[in-house]
Design a binder for this molecule. Structure first.
Ligand SMILES: C[S@@+](CC[C@H](N)C(=O)[O-])C[C@H]1O[C@@H](n2cnc3c(N)ncnc32)[C@H](O)[C@@H]1O
Length: 233
């Protein structure tokens, strides 16, 4: 992300934390923006951490949740969270934890997909994402719908993070699924719905799979736009 590389190029960044690091997609971004930093990634999912460790053996990885960061306070120059805010059971609590472990005058990066002002292909992606997050919630796993852009900005500000700048980011534009990719997505939805076949929502959610297939063929499939926020602690 050029905007992050440009912003951090004249900053002295020695320690970086990536919260909800998953398999490490955002670690690559942080490494390019802060090439001299010692980077730590945390995530509660052991499988994802294993994948991240294979890709980034030099990154310190710890199994930990955003809501309870067991790391020292005032420690990191930069603390980031990417595409994970909507997974949290306590967004405000997590942002406050991120503030706590960030040095005074350090920087906090929030990168998050949003749910409004999307094109039709992105609405199809949202439908797919919300189908999955609904099933997670039925199964008792914290996974919210994606948030509106202004709500993300407001939440960050309300947590006492002073927003310096923000920008929109689209990783891929105008993605169309091949027939094989579409079939794989539909198969995945069918597998997922079977995990809730003993819940009352099963019959109500099932038609969404065929509707997704029709919409994806008609409009395409494109990831939602992200808002990337850089704030000061
Ligand atoms: C969509 S992935 C994002 C991964 C990566 N940061 C990226 O930008 O692609 C969401 C990640 O949030 C993690 N997550 C879920 N609940 C969390 C929590 N309470 N604290 C921290 N991370 C959490 C999931 O395990 C998952 O790895």
């Amino acid at each position: 992300m050029k905007q992050l590389v440009d912003f951090f190029q004249d900053k002295k960044v020695k320690k970086v934390l990536d919260v909800g690091t998953g398999s490490g997609n955002f670690l690559a971004v942080l490494k390019s923006a802060c090439p001299d930093a010692d980077i730590t990634g945390i995530d509660p999912n052991s499988e994802s951490l294993k994948e991240a460790a294979e890709k980034f053996p030099e990154v310190r990885l710890k199994k930990m949740s955003a809501e309870n960061i067991e790391l020292p306070e005032n420690y990191f120059d930069v603390t980031a969270i990417s595409m994970a805010l909507h997974h949290l059971s306590d967004v405000e609590g997590a942002l406050k934890e991120m503030k706590r472990v960030t040095k005074p005058n350090g920087w906090i990066i929030v990168s998050e997909l949003f749910s409004d002002n999307l094109n039709r292909a992105q609405e199809v992606h949202k439908m797919y994402h919300h189908f999955g997050s609904r099933i997670d919630r039925i199964l008792g796993v914290s996974h919210n719908k994606s948030f509106k852009k202004n709500d993300i900005l407001k939440t960050v500000e309300d947590c006492g993070i002073d927003i310096l700048f923000h920008f929109e980011y689209n990783k891929v534009v105008n993605t169309v699924l091949t027939p094989e990719e579409l079939a794989a997505r539909v198969k995945k939805m069918k597998e997922r719905i079977e995990t809730i076949n003993h819940f009352s929502e099963y019959e109500m959610l099932k038609p969404q799979i065929e509707q997704f297939r029709i919409n994806a063929e008609k409009y395409g499939f494109q990831s939602a736009t992200r808002v990337v926020i850089v704030g000061k602690n």
